[in-house]
Design a protein around this ligand. Structure first.
Ligand SMILES: [Zn+2]
Length: 205
């Protein structure tokens, strides 16, 4: 894609280079890709259909035969042909990372219910490793350093510390929301429809 540069239609998005949301042909959210990657799919005629309000246009090189400049227009949400396997990955448990964990828990300590910046938070294993606990979404919560130290190598019961909220496994759509901090309004609207009702994301104001 050498020589390509973005001329995004929406000036507000020009400086931000928002990621493009891909779906499979059933409309199931798949993953985030760069606009360059989206151009690749468009050029290879692999885009089944597209939706979303935000669009971008990139201008390529001049065709020596016709003298015309090549243009690729894309949308903020595109369905990729031959991605039916996305259904399988949709149901897969997403990888556990602190950043996404803290976002799942809205940066609130599960023990003192106080809100902290990411740098002051830790991953607490509800059942500690030493007691057979595992490093999974269902056994971890966000905790501030003070609470994590106080709880130490004990279960909440053993430490007489009560959880103010419960852990859960985010689904694919929620995970996509947790991993991208610059989601366009139409992309968020689409993803939110696939997030289970019990998700904490729906509690956000
Ligand atoms: Zn705390």
């Amino acid at each position: 894609m050498d020589g390509y540069h973005p001329l995004l239609n929406d000036p507000a998005t020009l400086s931000r280079f928002p990621l493009i949301l891909t779906l499979d042909t059933h409309g199931i959210p798949h993953r985030w890709i760069s606009w360059q990657h989206a151009c690749y799919y468009h050029a290879k005629n692999q885009v089944a259909w597209s939706m979303g309000k935000h669009a971008f246009t990139v201008h390529g090189g001049i065709n020596r035969m016709t003298g015309e400049r090549s243009v690729i227009s894309g949308s903020s949400i595109i369905a990729i042909k031959g991605k039916a396997m996305a259904m399988k990955s949709f149901n897969q448990v997403p990888p556990l990372n602190n950043r996404e964990l803290f976002h799942r828990d809205r940066q609130i300590c599960a023990y003192c219910a106080t809100s902290f910046s990411g740098a002051r938070l830790t991953r607490d294993h509800i059942v500690p490793f030493s007691k057979g606990g595992r490093d999974t979404w269902m056994n971890v919560v966000t905790a501030c350093r003070a609470c994590n130290e106080r709880k130490s190598d004990r279960t909440p019961e053993g430490a007489r510390m009560e959880l103010v909220y419960l852990p859960y496994v985010p689904n694919r759509a929620e995970y996509l929301i947790l991993t991208n901090r610059r989601i366009l309004a139409d992309q968020m609207e689409f993803l939110a429809q696939h997030v289970p009702a019990q998700s904490r994301l729906h509690q956000q104001p």
